[in-house]
Design a protein around this ligand. Structure first.
Ligand SMILES: Cc1cc2nc3c(=O)[nH]c(=O)nc-3n(C[C@H](O)[C@H](O)[C@H](O)COP(=O)(O)O)c2cc1C
Length: 395
């Protein structure tokens, strides 16, 4: 979790220090950017000390485009305190200071924690601004009703740093709706060895399966990732088992299926392997060479045939070059799965995004083109619903 805390010029700026600490405690990496006015209330040294990184106080003191870098770096930006002035400028699309410029380059969600006198908060212009920010997709945290810096009481007090941090973290981490569950995910290609230096493989990178395991872990599951050869890093909190061939994958999944509440077969498992694996490098010969292939185990079909009742929830993938949804429906029945994720090779194989249709007993549910992380979340939403229907695990 990478979070930019953007501090604007209000009395509550001193509370931004606590917010930085709360976010750090929750495991976030934090960077701070300040308006010029904010520096009248609290010094950048405080935030530099808390984050261990220089604070951005100007667009001009850094080499390159610091606002673009920060916007790209941050999973979320939280403006706290959000002054009346800063929100109005942000809603108008201005960018003449480091906070505004960073907001203009945000790739993730933006949170505003307003803090101001109750009259400022209540004035129609401010309410128009807040409505515009919300319509543009920003999240508002607070303000609360309570004691204000002026000595009066009213609506305009910044939410407590703990509450702001909790809102940001909950948004980034999503629901913990898989707590106590075990999810086994297979990912990547398999490599079927011909000899000590050659293999039959495919172009799967493992991204979809890794995104699923990452999302399952984030949502509180024990996430066991059985991965074919893949260069991807292991996502945080995920238990990874590296395998090479379809048969090794079958064995690794077999060891964990007894504990699993759900098994998601996202791996591109080779249907065939060479009939023989040569013990030494196969020598070149003059003429053509014929390769004999034998069937690999169909791991998904075996899991479907072996399971008792609806446990574990079974999810398959149907990667096709045509007719993906129709073939997925056939696969759903043939392999006794609960859900098949259908996609065309051209729409996602090897890439960062995926365009899929979720096929289950209730019908076809096409999703818009999304990042593999977002597709993973949508698949796990269905898994959570299916787990709810099937009740606790037997035995
Ligand atoms: C002592 C003092 C306290 C202020 N407190 C607030 C405040 O709590 N909320 C607010 O919106 N503006 C407050 N202001 C006004 C802002 O500092 C002023 O609008 C400034 O231009 C905001 O700049 P910024 O939005 O770029 O940080 C305060 C001003 C002073 C002098």
């Amino acid at each position: 979790m990478k979070v930019v805390v953007a501090v604007a010029g209000g009395i509550a700026a001193y509370k931004a220090a606590s917010l930085v600490r709360e976010l750090g405690r929750a495991g976030a990496e934090v960077r701070v950017v300040m308006t010029r006015a904010a520096q009248h209330f609290v010094g950048p040294a405080t935030f530099a000390g808390l984050t261990g990184h220089p604070v951005v106080t100007s667009l001009w003191d850094h080499p390159g485009e610091v606002h673009v870098e920060l916007g790209r770096w941050a999973d979320a930006i939280v403006v706290a305190p959000a002054t009346m002035d800063l929100m109005a400028k942000a809603a108008a699309g201005l960018g003449d200071d480091p906070v505004l410029a960073t907001l203009s380059c945000a790739r993730g969600p933006v949170f505003f924690a307003p803090a101001m006198h109750w009259r400022m908060w209540g004035r129609p212009a401010t309410q128009r601004v807040v409505a515009t920010l919300a319509a543009d997709g920003a999240h508002l945290v607070g303000p609360e009703r309570g004691a204000l810096a002026s000595g009066e009481s009213g609506e305009g007090r910044m939410s407590e740093p703990e509450a702001i941090a909790a809102a940001v973290v909950a948004h980034l981490q999503g629901p913990r709706d898989l707590a106590g569950r075990t999810v086994v995910v297979s990912a990547g290609p398999t490599h079927e060895d011909l000899d000590p230096v050659r293999f039959l493989g495919n172009r799967s990178t493992g991204r979809m399966g890794f995104a699923l395991a990452a999302s399952a872990a984030r949502r509180g599951a024990r996430a066991i990732l059985v991965s074919g050869p893949s260069a991807l890093p292991t996502p945080p909190g995920v238990e990874r088992i590296d395998v090479r061939s379809a048969r090794a994958m079958q064995a690794a999944i077999g060891q964990h299926v007894g504990d699993a509440d759900a098994v998601i077969m996202a791996a591109a498992v080779a249907d065939y392997r060479p009939a023989e694996e040569a013990p030494s490098k196969i020598a070149k010969t003059a003429g053509p060479r014929t390769l004999e292939l034998v069937r690999n185990p169909d791991i998904l079909a075996e899991l479907g045939a072996a399971r008792s009742g609806a446990h574990p929830v079974l999810v398959g993938f149907a990667l096709e070059t045509e007719d993906a949804a129709a073939r997925a429906r056939a696969k759903l029945q043939r392999k006794r799965c609960d859900l098949v994720v259908a996609n065309l090779a051209a729409d996602g194989f090897g890439g960062e995004e995926n365009l899929v249709t979720l096929v289950d007993a209730a019908g076809d549910h096409p999703l818009p083109r999304r990042s593999k992380a977002a597709v993973a979340d949508a698949i796990l939403d269905r898994v959570v619903a299916l787990l709810g229907q099937s009740g606790p695990r037997e035995g």
